[in-house]
Design a protein around this ligand. Structure first.
Ligand code: GLU
Length: 414
């Protein structure tokens, strides 16, 4: 199997031919593609913290700044045992493409720490967050690089990081981090934004295919922030969410699930393993499969079991290029991560705008501004799917990579 970053570069290579039709100066295009195959900056440091028992521990930490031609670097911070340099580069590349897909004025970055946060106490987690913020302070800021939450990080962690950062630079700077708690300048609607954006995209897809919301069943893999909110809001929009899982397994009921009930079960039991495994969830006879956990959930061996007619990628990088080929041949559409889950970074952008103005919007205003961004990104891509006879990911990359390369050319970087 390809590494995540090799998959990302392969996805980039797949649009070069289409892009060749757009640029007279092919040499410039190829130079730009070459630059887009590596990050602009990559920072690493071992973070040393004291554990509650008095022992010292060290955790490798990274920040990858991929490309900033369209605006400041932007991307989350992940705390996970499987974080690696390769993964950081892939995720930072995907952030660059994602921001261009929805047309928000950012480049892309990603950060992470190799750690199992469930093994740390809250005090240890706070010390790790403070150390990470100290590490990145010299090279982040509202007009440089703006971090946010990602897998296993949240508003509280952003609050701890903001405090360290502001102490170091000696001034308030809420626009330096997004995904903050509302009390510290976070935006209304940021927490559910990724899920809500995914529902908007799914509704547009349903409209474009002349399907009926009420007749469609969904299986969701993942019960973190993204999986939970997507499932809950899809249910409220009229879809039937028939299955959901966490890393231990899941629950399936073809009559449909009450997501808040499921959240209560998870809280009581600590896990969601009820009547299906994660592999069984991927092969369920539903209309829409929603991977909302980690990379590489859908690979060559399990792609052929998928019975859904649509895969909506709410995780980053859940489908390997080999698996995508199999899905394509089977006539299964894949709505790519860079579109489907872009609602999160879009409301991060709204948060940053509000912080820079010191003027705050209502939840209604946020949702009203998010919807047209998601629906017009979908419709532009749908148009490119038809014009170029390309699958959704290729169409999305075609539009987005062109925007990035145009910015690189305007700046004279190539
Ligand atoms: N971590 C999220 C993502 O992968 C959000 C990033 C952000 O808000 O900057 O899209």
């Amino acid at each position: 199997m390809l590494s995540a970053f090799d998959s990302a570069k392969k996805q980039l290579d797949q649009v070069v031919l289409l892009l060749e039709g757009e640029y007279q100066d092919r040499e410039k295009l190829h130079k730009a593609i070459g630059l887009l195959k590596k990050p602009q900056n990559f920072y690493r440091k071992a973070l040393k913290i004291k554990l509650d028992d008095g022992k010292n521990a060290s955790f490798p930490a990274f920040r990858c700044q991929y490309n900033n031609a369209r605006g400041p670097f932007k991307g989350g911070i992940r705390f996970h045992p499987n974080v690696s340099e390769d993964e950081m580069k892939a995720l930072a590349f995907w952030m660059t493409v994602k921001c261009a897909v929805v047309g928000i004025p950012y480049g892309g970055s990603k950060g992470g720490v190799i750690v199992d946060p469930s093994a740390l106490s809250s005090a240890e987690l706070k010390r790790l967050a403070n150390k990470y913020a100290e590490f990145i302070t010299p090279f982040v800021g509202p007009w440089i690089d703006v971090p946010a939450p990602d897998v296993n990080t949240n508003g509280q962690i952003m609050a701890w990081m903001l405090e360290t950062y502001e102490k170091k630079i000696g001034t308030h700077a809420p626009a330096a981090f997004t995904g903050k708690p509302i009390a510290l300048g976070g935006s209304q609607g940021r927490e559910e934004a990724t899920g809500l954006g995914g529902v908007f995209v799914l509704e547009e897809y349903v409209k474009s295919k002349k399907l009926k919301v009420k007749s469609l069943t969904i299986a969701v893999q993942g019960f973190g922030n993204v999986g939970y909110w997507f499932a809950k809001l899809a249910g409220e929009a009229g879809f039937r969410v028939a299955a959901i899982s966490d890393s231990s397994g899941g629950i399936y009921d073809k009559k449909g699930l009450d997501i808040d009930e499921i959240a209560k079960i998870k809280e009581k039991k600590g896990s969601l393993r009820i009547n299906i495994t994660n592999e069984e969830l991927l092969g369920l006879d539903v209309d829409v499969l929603v991977p909302a956990a980690l990379e590489n959930a859908i690979q060559k061996p399990n792609a052929k079991n998928i019975k859904a007619k649509l895969v909506l990628e709410m995780a980053n990088g859940p489908t390997t290029p080999e698996a995508e080929e199999i899905l394509f041949k089977a006539g299964i559409d894949v709505i790519p991560d860079v579109l489907a889950n872009a609602g999160g970074v879009t409301v991060s952008y709204f948060e940053w705008v509000q912080n820079l103005h010191g003027y705050y919007w209502t939840k209604e205003e946020v949702d009203k501004k998010l919807k047209p961004i998601m629906t017009s990104a979908f419709n532009d891509i749908q148009q490119a799917v038809e014009d170029k006879k390309a699958p959704y990911r290729k169409a999305a990359y075609f539009l987005a990579v062109k925007r990035i390369i145009d910015a690189m050319i305007l700046r004279g970087r190539v």
